[in-house]
Design a protein around this ligand. Sequence first.
Ligand SMILES: [Zn+2]
Length: 113
Amino acid sequence: MCNLPPKFHSVCRLCLSFCGDNCSDVKLPIFDRDKDKSRLSEMIMAYLSIMVSPEDMLPQVVCGSCASKLDEFHTFRELSHKSERLLEQFLHYANSLSGPIEVCKHNIDKKKV
Ligand SMILES: [Zn+2]
């Protein structure tokens, strides 16, 4: 622990970026002070499969750039899941009207030309 560089805990946990005191890029804490979990920690674990804990000895901050990437990823995930649900609902609805949908190969072939 004593051998760690002084700025070790100030680098971004995800991309290792570090900027000095004059840097405008704010580092965001991974954990809220009074909670074991936070939105950031949950996204890091869910989307990046990186385990983070308030007790680990690694940096507990991420840079703004990484935080916004996580947000983008989260938004993309929400969109994908919503699309999946809509597609399944549509399929279910179409099936209820006229039986199983048959993919019209004729139209698909036409688009290729
Ligand atoms: Zn970063």
